[in-house]
Design a protein around this ligand. Structure first.
Ligand code: SF4
Length: 395
């Protein structure tokens, strides 16, 4: 059965029409879902018993169960969820001066294979449904309801490549953006892609008001191909041509995300090269401090080096910011909480298989290592919504 969170307003209207219902029914249903935030059709008290029965026949509610929540001193909160078919996924809520922002996952695992990324450590099992993305947002909004606060920004920058799940991501965004949905403003919603060129072009043609961010992370093809395999399929020349196409159709500034990796992409010469690459485009650069992932050998650039990199871009006329670190006292890089929980569950499964075959409850040292390493203290990155993508004059 389908979750009702899968339905955009328009889809719900079509469904209601197929039942011969008046349009205002959909207004009522959306109000219960996204303003009152009930999770039970029987709580929709201004709908008749028959109407509720029809809804129950076709839909269920929240497709995610909360497994774990970790809260940092700075308010950053990680949510680990389980899907109905037993996959784990995570979302992060961050607190900024301008509001609360959620970083949403769009896939279970990721096939893009970026060399520095915890989320890419497991291959994609499947795309998330639009309901599973909406449910991440609803869980976080409900946690905020308890404090009388609301989510103001969404970034689709968690596990997964959103443009590899294009239709579901767009459907999800339309629901949370809709006035009768969560009413999160278009300019407060950012989709971040590793650079799937054909989908950047498709997105450009949609003339959406949502922000577009591109994970760049290298100033030239040679390095980008080493750390981001997507560059083999869509090298910089093609990527930049898609960027130009996007800005020409949308008259909007886009963001380039650049994770600073010590000794890999953070030299001053690379800063100059990056400035040369980006100067012709209407964009700004978001420099991101790296948070280490046990399984990868990369290290974070020091604050001092990051500032030098920043200064060069600035001097070269590139609009640039350095992302503030969030949640450094809780579980690590994007996707890492999920990986650790998966290891723990695998270890427990192995342990119970061993016990079943030997009949002796006991500990396997190899398994114990994995289990004990859970929730070691790491730094954690935080996806941050891009600055509002101001309209820009495209030459
Ligand atoms: S950085 Fe994004 S696109 Fe790359 S592997 Fe990680 S989740 Fe996938």
């Amino acid at each position: 059965m389908k979750s009702i969170y899968d339905m955009s307003y328009k889809q719900m209207e079509d469904w209601a029409e197929s039942k011969g219902w008046k349009k205002f029914r959909v207004q009522q249903i959306f109000r219960w879902l996204y303003k009152e935030r009930v999770e039970d059709f029987d709580a929709m008290t201004n709908l008749s018993k028959e109407t509720r029965a029809e809804l129950k026949k076709d839909f269920n509610f929240n497709p995610l169960t909360l497994v774990r929540k970790q809260e940092s001193k700075d308010g950053t909160t990680k949510f680990l969820f389980r899907t109905e078919d037993n996959h784990l996924l995570e979302s992060v809520m961050m607190v900024f001066d301008y509001g609360n922002s959620i970083c949403v996952s769009s896939q279970v695992g990721c096939n893009m294979g970026c060399a520095f990324c915890a989320s890419g450590l497991t291959k994609k099992s499947r795309n998330l449904t639009s309901a599973e993305m909406t449910a991440q947002v609803m869980h976080v909004q409900k946690a905020l309801d308890a404090k009388g606060e609301r989510l103001s920004h969404i970034v689709v920058m968690g596990t997964g490549e959103p443009f590899d799940n294009y239709d579901n991501v767009l459907n999800f965004i339309q629901t949370v953006n809709h006035d009768r949905g969560l009413a999160i403003g278009s300019r407060h919603i950012t989709i971040s892609t590793s650079g799937i060129v054909p989908k950047i072009r498709t997105f450009a043609e949609g003339h959406y008001q949502y922000n577009l961010a591109i994970s760049l992370h290298a100033p030239n093809d040679e390095l980008r191909t080493q750390i981001m395999p997507v560059n083999k399929a869509y090298p910089l020349k093609e990527l930049m041509s898609a960027v130009e196409y996007y800005t020409s159709l949308n008259n909007r500034r886009l963001t380039f995300e650049y994770i600073l990796l010590k000794g890999v992409n953070d030299s001053l010469e690379q800063a100059r090269e990056l400035a040369r690459l980006l100067r012709p485009y209407c964009c700004y650069v978001n420099l991101i401090p790296y948070n280490s992932v046990d399984e990868h050998g990369f290290q974070s650039t020091t604050r001092e080096e990051a500032m030098k990199f920043y200064d060069i871009l600035k001097k070269e006329g590139i609009a640039v910011t350095i992302r503030k670190e969030h949640g450094s006292d809780i579980d690590a890089a994007c996707g890492q909480l999920r990986i650790k929980e998966m290891k723990k569950e695998d270890a427990l499964r192995l342990l119970s298989q061993k016990e079943e075959t030997s009949g002796i409850p006991g500990k396997d040292p190899e398994i114990e290592n994995v289990y004990d390493s859970e929730y070691a203290e790491d730094d954690m990155p935080a996806s941050e919504p891009s600055e509002p993508a101001d309209a820009c004059k495209v030459k």
